[in-house]
Design a protein around this ligand. Structure first.
Ligand code: ZN
Length: 503
């Protein structure tokens, strides 16, 4: 996926790249920058990451620097001076910096060829970690004498958020490049366990030689889980924002360097950490949204080897997260109305996260669909696929749906199509004479969720496609027409009906 992004930037076009964690984001702007005249400004909210990247570039002989608020005005001046004198190719700054007058004066004199925006979802109120300072980016760019190229990057953005990002950054013409979100080597599992301590210890005993991360929701939890593991003879370190910077750094280095295999941490741990052989990521508590979950779980198996991502669910986690969101301390600088919007969206995200813990469908499919990616409804490498699925012959259902579409003289949305074959009696069905469709009520014995799964499978196999942005409608494809003419059976893996009814 990197090639397309690099090529867009190289040809001077703005781009929004959506790449999963660990996909190699930095090279996408670093490589084309080297060919541009002028400085590339990299905007990032993460000081440790800025520092790491600037140092890594410098070590490779590419002049790079960063600005952070702990610098003396001397140091600060020296960095800006170097950048003005073409002694700096990459300059990393936090978004707060963009309203600083000294920095603005510098930016007007320097030739800024490109602005690379990291963690671009922070600019969107729809995103999962909105930051008001990101609003500065647009004004800052507008005020520059020569408009730089803008490249934005995020690891997690749903289609709505993507559209919002390019609007907020003032690059509506940007190409949105989404590289695949799927990480086939990761095995996903949700355990609704009554006794998390026991589940954790059982898992650890089976994975004594592996290294992994255990994420907990609070500092207290980090402390108690670390103690638990140590008492049972596992060598584990802790990591959370309440520790001294020295201890955090030491623990992180010991883990990354491989001298201690286990780290128990809050979500403060992990940004910019590149350890390829993490064999498991356990979430001892449910995170507050799928974005955080997938980003944290995605730290497992960067080397492509099979790795485990396990989430321990208990109802209390939902309440804890709800409290976090309702108190909303993270957003104290926002005005009342914005805070309300952000809160509502966060609660909606929490709901989606909770659904993940309860779905009996394929977990991978759930994740990929959440991020707007189509996928098969059966991956075979998640706990649900392995325990909840059975093979079902859906030839009849598939053909009925396809024939139904074929007989329509107008395109309708998925819900209406399902309503026709299911025999719905709504105003819409009767008013538009859809009950005259030859396939009307042919599948009235099936449940609506099941028909939805089958329709999704047909979509995934490209027998039907969804068209239209605002009002998506389902259309039959030439492949679908061809399939109708064959007598081929169609088998798919589906969640067992029994478990479905129970849930
Ligand atoms: Zn699966």
């Amino acid at each position: 996926g990197q090639e397309e992004i690099i090529s867009e930037i190289f040809h001077g076009k703005p781009v929004l790249a959506v790449l999963p964690t660990g996909a190699g984001k930095s090279i996408c702007f670093q490589l084309p920058s080297l060919l541009l005249k002028g400085v590339t400004l990299v905007i990032s909210p993460l000081i440790s990451l800025m520092k790491d990247q600037a140092e890594a570039l410098t070590a490779r002989g590419i002049p790079a620097a960063y600005l952070d608020s702990s610098m003396s005005s001397n140091e600060y001046g020296r960095v800006l001076h170097a950048a003005l004198n073409k002694q700096c190719k990459f300059l990393y700054v936090a978004p707060e910096r963009l309203v600083n007058q000294q920095f603005i004066d510098f930016a007007r004199q320097a030739y800024i060829a490109m602005v690379a925006v990291d963690e671009a979802h922070c600019v969107s109120q729809w995103g999962h970690s909105f930051r008001k300072e990101y609003y500065n980016i647009h004004d800052f760019i507008q005020a520059l004498p020569t408009k730089p190229l803008v490249a934005a990057f995020t690891a997690t953005a749903t289609p709505d958020v993507r559209r919002d990002i390019i609007k907020r950054l003032g690059i509506p013409e940007a190409k949105i490049v989404v590289t695949g979100f799927d990480r086939p080597n990761l095995h996903f599992a949700v355990q609704r366990t009554q006794d998390k301590e026991r589940s954790l210890l059982e898992f650890m005993r089976k994975h004594k030689k592996d290294c992994g991360v255990v994420y907990c929701a609070t500092r207290n939890k980090v402390e108690s889980v670390t103690q638990l593991l140590r008492r049972q003879g596992f060598s584990a370190l802790r990591y959370h924002a309440g520790l001294t910077p020295e201890e955090r750094r030491e623990n992180q280095n010991a883990f990354v360097g491989g001298s201690v295999p286990l780290i128990v941490a809050t979500n403060a741990f992990g940004m910019g950490i590149d350890k390829p052989d993490v064999r498991f990521v356990i979430h001892y508590n449910m995170p507050k949204n799928m974005e955080s979950y997938y980003q944290e779980a995605g730290r497992a198996g960067r080397d492509g080897e099979p790795s485990e991502c396990i989430l321990y669910y208990e109802p209390r986690d939902v309440r804890t997260n709800r409290l976090f969101i309702e108190n909303g301390e993270e957003n104290s600088e926002l005005d009342e109305e914005t805070r309300k919007i952000v809160k509502e969206r966060d609660l909606e995200r929490l709901k989606q996260m909770t659904f993940y813990c309860f779905t009996s469908e394929c977990l991978r499919q759930y994740i990929l669909n959440y991020f707007g990616e189509k996928s098969s409804s059966y991956c075979g490498n998640c706990l649900n696929c392995q325990t909840q699925f059975e093979e079902v012959d859906i030839t009849l259902e598939a053909n009925t749906i396809l024939r139904c579409l074929d007989a329509l003289d107008w395109n309708y949305g998925a819900a209406t199509v399902i309503d026709i074959v299911h025999g719905g009696k709504s105003q819409k069905i009767l008013g538009k004479n859809l009950d005259k469709n030859p396939e009307y009520a042919v599948l009235s014995e099936r449940t609506v969720p099941r028909l939805r799964q089958i329709l999704r499978e047909l979509q995934f196999r490209e027998y039907v496609e969804e068209k239209g942005e605002q009002y998506p409608v389902i259309c039959l494809t030439p492949e679908g027409k061809a399939f109708m003419k064959t007598e081929e059976p169609l088998i798919m893996k589906l969640p067992k009906e029994e478990t479905e009814k129970k849930s």
